[in-house]
Write a protein that binds this ligand. Sequence first.
Ligand code: GDP
Length: 297
Amino acid sequence: DTSEDVDPEDTLKSRPPVVTIMGHVDHGKTSLLDAIRGADVAAGEAGGITQHIGAYQVTPKGGDPITFLDTPGHEAFTEMRARGANVTDIVILVVAADDGLKPQTIEAINHTKAANVPMIVAINKIDKDGANPQKVREELLQHEVIVEAMSGDVQDVEVSAKKKTNIDKLLEAINLQAELLELKANPDRAADATVVEAKLDKGRGPVATVLIQRGTLKVGDTFVAGPAAGKVRALVDDHGRRVKEAGPSFPVEVLGLSALPSAGDPFTVVENEARAREVADYRQRKLDEQRTTAAPM
Ligand code: GDP
């Protein structure tokens, strides 16, 4: 693989943050993602069409774009991380104010700490009668998550995904955290990306949503995606629009795959098809080796 090389400092340009929402079941991850999508000014221009492609970008009014991984549940995050794909820059930890910390909240805290990813706490459901945001802050303290309201440095925002309260504040908190991280990538090179979702589409064949990590992916590029190879036939953005290229932190659907890759697979642009086959074969061999080691006969 050539993905180990480092881009020189002067080639780097700032890129949007990639955010994953985590939290206990029913604490409002899906509702919060929906509320956030509703705050996207670019969605209006596209006629409000919402595509489910596993990731999307939101540009809040007066703010910078933010990429959200639409993979509720912790599996995608842990699975991708286990496979070396650290695509998340910021984790939003959702805690229902009427329910407090629950096993999956604690699991999410542990995963986030292990990944060394900064966290923002969204204290959700503040519209409910039994809401007790202060209790949530105290419980977080017991797990060494010290929010700003408790004189720590983890941003916490009280929200209601249902009533769409303080969604703008949450987006501001993300923009602020992103500024602190000074996220950068070189857009002027062959693309390196990660598969976030892949499915077999009836009309279109194997389709993968990839998140560009550096470089710019273009129609016509030859690539390797996990053990599969291919040539980009078309690129579709999160509003269902055909695009000619996609740069760092952009999620995009790729058409033209020979087979289905898995979430977390590296997606790499290579010079030519011979090289693509070489890399794909190498990866397939490594996969076979791992299987043999994992299950000796
Ligand atoms: P997820 O399992 O974390 O994705 O949670 P959901 O988004 O599916 O929400 C679980 C339930 O809580 C649903 O019935 C939502 O309507 C409700 N819910 C989510 N956010 C809020 C909120 O801010 N206020 C209230 N009252 N209910 C909410």
